[in-house]
Design a protein around this ligand. Structure first.
Ligand code: C2E
Ligand code: CA
Ligand code: CA
Length: 417
């Protein structure tokens, strides 16, 4: 069977301070078969790793981890083991909130490995890679390189994990003082290579904590039923930014995120319309990216609002398409103009044929319904090329640009022209 290394998901962090070569890494090998274990250790040695701990099953591995001596940087774990198999081992790791990078070694096929990855994700653990046996040095070297590239724990991305948790009171204050502003991430028209739009992403410019990502305040506002004030503020700020771009000769559109829970008030569409026109912008330049969450409000007012927004000329995008709540059923109910494929599929499409199948069939559906298709979460040139190959219209992601302050966004667009 062809060996396979899947290296992905940058959400892990290393336990220790930055390391630059394999000799500095500590690896825990969990493998019941003596021959395979010895083989793997020898290959690791040849890659320059000396600090290797071994365990013949999950029980022993957990004991070693609990003993609390130095934490490994990487756990290489077999799936099929007596006493405690790899699946159960992963569950225990998750229960202990273990953050160590994990890679799976197995003789199973890629489809099975990706179902194990899904299992790990369900436990909020992400596997760093899966290696088919027999493990080769080239694959190990690639895996070790990825471990070395992981950001150290302290350097966690601003947008990934909120460092503080805020009270509703503090968040309300931030909204009323307009401390929450849109950052703009370019959307690239793949065929022409031009930026034609930007997605507004909420950022709290906290007076002492710096930039705070939306995960630290949007869920709280949503749960309290108080998201509307922020949504209206962001529509207003984004529409005004859009107007200033037009004044500068940059004929760009802007997309604003809209939670379906905000659509319970049937007056919302009219308020958006007034805000956008007051900013001097034609609603045709504004797209609302609609996300559905579990806590959906009543359907009827939401549909009335969306139909009215569409009638007034706003664009409507179905966000996170393919994930739990953003489903096929919505396509028939709402006149969407854009279909946005969730980044988890785009980020996996080069590694997993299921993800690629989901991306290309979503694009097919979008095209048949006359919608613009967008792939988000594009981090590499290869991902961009893959999207182009399956006929996607628009790409968005760090490879093109990160979300930028309004000033930086204008500078970026000027440089692109
Ligand atoms: P989303 O609408 O799916 O937005 C895309 C998220 O992916 C953004 O995270 C963006 O920074 C991130 N992203 C973009 N390109 C890449 C990439 O190449 N790689 C990776 N790993 N990530 C990328 P952000 O800004 O943290 O926003 C998270 C979510 O918060 C958004 O997901 C959206 O659902 C919500 N959100 C943000 N602003 C607003 C808002 O004003 N209103 C509402 N209702 N929700 C918002
Ligand atoms: Ca969005
Ligand atoms: Ca998304």
């Amino acid at each position: 069977m062809e060996s396979l290394v899947e290296v992905h998901e940058r959400s892990f962090v290393r336990n220790q301070s930055p390391k630059t070569d394999a000799a500095s890494l500590k690896v825990l090998v969990v493998e019941d078969d003596d021959f395979q274990r010895r083989n793997l250790i020898r290959a690791l040695n040849r890659c320059g790793v000396d600090a290797i701990t071994e365990a013949e099953d999950g029980v022993r591995a957990l004991d070693l981890l609990r003993s609390g001596e130095q934490q490994p940087d990487l756990i290489l774990c077999d799936l099929d083991m007596p006493n405690m198999d790899g699946m159960e081992f992963v569950r225990h790791l998750a229960e202990q909130n273990c953050q160590v990078a994990l890679a799976i070694t197995s003789g199973c096929d890629a489809l099975f490995l990706s179902s194990v990855e899904a299992l790990c994700e369900a436990h909020s653990m992400k596997v760093l890679g899966a290696i088919n046996k027999p493990v080769t040095m080239a694959h190990l070297a690639q895996l070790l390189e990825t471990v070395l590239e992981l950001p150290p724990a302290a350097g966690m991305m601003e947008s990934e994990s909120p460092r503080y948790s805020y009270t509703l009171e503090e968040i309300r204050g931030a909204v009323s003082r307009s401390e929450i502003v849109p950052f703009f991430q370019p959307k690239l028209d793949i065929a022409s290579g031009r930026i034609f739009c930007a997605e507004a992403l909420a950022r709290w410019q906290h007076p002492s904590h710096g930039l705070v990502a939306p995960g630290a305040f949007i869920p709280q506002l949503e749960a309290a039923g108080e998201l509307d004030a922020l949504t209206l503020s962001l529509v207003d700020q984004s529409a005004r930014a859009c107007h200033s771009w037009h004044e500068l000769g940059l004929k760009l559109g802007v997309s604003v995120n809209l939670s379906l829970t905000s659509l319970g008030d049937v007056g919302l569409a009219d308020r958006f319309d007034r805000i956008v026109r007051a900013a001097g912008v034609d609603p045709a330049y504004i797209t609302l990216e609609v996300t559905e969450t579990a806590a959906m409000t009543e359907l009827a007012p939401a549909l009335e609002n969306l139909a009215r927004l569409r009638m007034r000329g706003f664009g409507l995008s179905i966000d996170d398409f393919g994930t739990g709540f953003s489903s096929m059923q919505q396509l028939g109910r709402i006149a969407f103009t854009e279909l946005k494929i969730d980044r988890c599929f785009v980020m996996a499409m080069l590694r997993k044929r299921e993800a690629r199948a989901i991306v290309s069939s979503s694009i097919e559906i979008g095209k048949q319904l006359g919608m613009v298709t967008v792939g988000e979460g594009v981090e590499t040139a290869e991902e961009l090329a893959a999207l182009q190959e399956v006929g996607c219209h628009v790409a968005q992601g760090y490879f093109i640009a990160r979300p930028l302050s309004e000033e930086a966004f204008i500078k970026y667009c000027r440089e692109q022209q």
